[in-house]
Design a protein around this ligand. Structure first.
Ligand SMILES: Cc1cc2nc3c(=O)[nH]c(=O)nc-3n(C[C@H](O)[C@H](O)[C@H](O)COP(=O)(O)O)c2cc1C
Ligand SMILES: Nc1ccn([C@@H]2O[C@H](COP(=O)(O)OP(=O)(O)O)[C@@H](O)[C@H]2O)c(=O)n1
Ligand SMILES: [Mg+2]
Length: 235
C-alpha cells in the first residue's frame, strides 16, 4: 500500500507541495480551494484534487476539508522531502559553500588513535593539512537530517589522503575537508578537518574529526554533548 502511495508522488505532486509551502504550509494550516490551486497550477480542478490526495496518501500533507475549501499543512515527512530538493539545488548552485552538520560527541572503538599515529598517514597530514594531528578521531553521532545533508560535502574541495603499504599490509585512502567545530556554549575551534577513511567500521551517521589538539580538552567535550561541525572553506 505504502509503495503504491509513494510511487504516486512525482514531480507534479512535489510542485504542489512547494506551492503550499510558499503559501505558508510549513508554519501552520493554510486554507486553499481546489479552484485556486488549479489556477496556480494551470490545471483542472480534478487534477489539483488528485495531486492533493496523493500527497496526503504519501503522508506529505495533512488535510481537513470544510465547506468552502480545505485546510492543509505540510507534514514533517513533507518538509524533509522539500529539504532534499533544496539540498539538490544547493549542490547545483552553491559550490564551495559550507555544510553545517549537527550531532553529539560519542566514543568509538578506540581505533582512530592507532590509524592517525601511523607514519604513512602522519607524513601526509603534515604535508597536506599543515599539522600533526592529535592521535585519534573525535567521533560525532550525526542527527538524522545531517546524515542526509552530509552528501552535500561532495561539492566541496577535498584534501585526499592516499592509501599506502607497510611490509605487513595495505592501508586505505581517506578524504579530509577543512572544518570548524562549535559547541552548544558557542565555543569555536577553527583548525579541524573531517576525515572519512575509505575502509571504516562506521556508517554514514558517524562523522570523524581530527585536529592538532585534543578537542575534548580544548572544548571541554564529553559524550552526549551537542556540536555543530561546519565543513568546507569559509567564504
Ligand atoms: C586515517 C585513517 C585510516 C584508516 N585506514 C583503515 C584501514 O586501512 N583499514 C581499516 O579497517 N580501517 C581503517 N580506518 C578506520 C578505523 O578502523 C575506524 O573505523 C575508524 O577510524 C573509527 O575509529 P574509532 O571508532 O576508534 O574512532 C582508518 C581510519 C583512519 C582515521
Ligand atoms: N582531535 C581529537 C581526536 C580525538 N579525540 C578524542 O581522543 C580519544 C581517542 O580517539 P579514538 O578515535 O582513538 O577513540 P574513539 O573515537 O574510538 O573513542 C577519543 O576520546 C576521541 O574522542 C579528541 O578529543 N580530539
Ligand atoms: Mg575516533
Amino acid at each position: 500500500m505504502s509503495v503504491i502511495a509513494e510511487s504516486a508522488v512525482g514531480h507534479d505532486e512535489l510542485a504542489v507541495l512547494k506551492l503550499l509551502a510558499l503559501e505558508g504550509g510549513l508554519e501552520g494550516d493554510v486554507k486553499i480551494s481546489c479552484s485556486h490551486l488549479a489556477d496556480r497550477l494551470d490545471a483542472s480542478n480534478q487534477t489539483a484534487s488528485r495531486r492533493l490526495q496523493r500527497l496526503e496518501s504519501a503522508d506529505l500533507l495533512e488535510r481537513d476539508t470544510v465547506s468552502d475549501g480545505q485546510w492543509v499543512q505540510v507534514t514533517e515527512t513533507g518538509e524533509r522531502t522539500l529539504r532534499a530538493e533544496y539540498e539538490d539545488y544547493r549542490r547545483i548552485f552553491e559550490t564551495d559553500a559550507q555544510v553545517a552538520l549537527e550531532g553529539t560527541v560519542t566514543s568509538g572503538m578506540g581505533e582512530g588513535r592507532h590509524y592517525i599515529s601511523l607514519s604513512g598517514y602522519q607524513r601526509q597530514f603534515e604535508e597536506r593539512l599543515g599539522y600533526e594531528p592529535f592521535p585519534g578521531t573525535l567521533n560525532v553521532d550525526l542527527r538524522e537530517d545531517s546524515v542526509r545533508r552530509r552528501s552535500a560535502m561532495a561539492s566541496l574541495e577535498p584534501v585526499p589522503i592516499d592509501g599506502w603499504e607497510s611490509e605487513e599490509r595495505t592501508y586505505g585512502p581517506a578524504v579530509c575537508y577543512p572544518a570548524m567545530i562549535e559547541t552548544a556554549d558557542g565555543e569555536v575551534y577553527d583548525d579541524a578537518h573531517t576525515i572519512a577513511p575509505e575502509r571504516t567500521h562506521h556508517d554514514d551517521d558517524q562523522l570523524e574529526v581530527i585536529a592538532p589538539d585534543k578537542l575534548r580538552e580544548e572544548l571541554g567535550l564529553e559524550d552526549g554533548d551537542h556540536v555543530t561541525v561546519s565543513v568546507g572553506d569559509r567564504e
